[in-house]
Write a protein that binds this ligand. Structure first.
Ligand code: ADP
Ligand code: UDP
Length: 237
């Protein structure tokens, strides 16, 4: 489907309108950002890996019964998706301690939680994506209690499916972020699931293979994304 004018330019993707207002073209760019957009670089090939990665994961989740926004892969860096009315919320689930929860609660990185921890964040870079709870979401009219329950249940269900997938490739799924939206009253998984929005470690060596390589300046960012893709069976060619 032919792409028309730019609708949204985010930090890693661009969304374009199409002739059909219910569909958008999602273009995965090579732009890579961290620390709420304060560190930005271009990493050649990242857009392609992420497009293919995301499509593999969304197809995998659809087969498990999760409604996803993906309609069709158009080329190596663009896909057609359902136009969603996005909740301005990030749904995060953590299986191991890493990132912001370590700073917030004084935890040592790598601690495995007895139970996955679910958290909501308000998607606002200027405010540093602050953590929020159900009451903020209802008070601000972003979602009702039933929708909040669905977002949490879906995220935790997706976590189970993805732990299984990553574990079978000798990878640890440490944590990840999802975004959901609505179309015709139905909730869909939107945005992306790629190494840009999750933490994945090698099971034996605990080597970081996700965006922390970029955040921490460890190098081989795209190569590590390709390594995860290869290990879970994604064809990048
Ligand atoms: P950011 O918003 O963090 O800068 P992105 O570059 O990933 O990062 O931007 C993509 C934007 O597109 C985000 O605002 C996201 O909420 C939005 N989005 C993702 N999927 C859809 C969809 N299916 N319909 C409408 N908007 C979407
Ligand atoms: N995450 C994301 N986008 C955000 C914030 C977090 O994709 O705007 C992902 C992040 O990559 C990690 C998980 O959500 O996999 C938890 O992130 P955390 O709260 O630890 O924040 P960070 O320290 O990574 O900024």
């Amino acid at each position: 489907m032919e792409k028309k004018e730019l609708l949204t330019k985010g930090k890693a993707k661009e969304l374009y309108k199409t002739a059909d207002e219910t569909k958008l073209v999602m273009d995965f760019t090579d732009d890579t950002s961290a620390f709420d957009g304060k560190k930005i670089e271009q990493l050649a090939g990242k857009g392609t890996v992420n497009n293919r990665f995301n499509n593999f994961i969304m197809n995998y989740l659809e087969k498990k019964g999760v409604a996803c926004h993906l309609l069709e892969e158009l080329n190596d860096h663009e896909s057609l998706v359902l136009n969603l009315d996005m909740f301005p919320i990030e749904c995060v689930v953590r299986n191991y301690a890493a990132g912001s929860i370590c700073k917030r609660l004084g935890l040592e990185e790598g601690k495995k939680f007895e139970h996955p921890i679910f958290e909501f964040f308000y998607k606002d870079d200027d405010l540093g994506d602050p953590m929020i709870n159900d009451n903020h979401i209802v008070a601000f009219g972003w979602a009702n209690r039933d929708e909040i329950r669905i977002l949490e249940d879906l995220t935790l269900e997706i976590n189970k499916f993805l732990i299984e997938l990553f574990d079978s490739a000798d990878l640890i799924l440490v944590d990840f972020k999802l975004e959901f939206g609505k179309n015709n009253g139905q909730i869909y998984l939107g945005d992306e699931f790629t190494p840009d929005g999750c933490r994945v470690w090698d099971k034996d060596t605990k080597e970081k293979l996700d965006k922390d390589r970029f955040r921490l300046g460890l190098g081989d960012v795209v190569e590590s994304y390709q390594e995860i893709a290869h290990r879970i069976g994604i064809n990048l060619t």
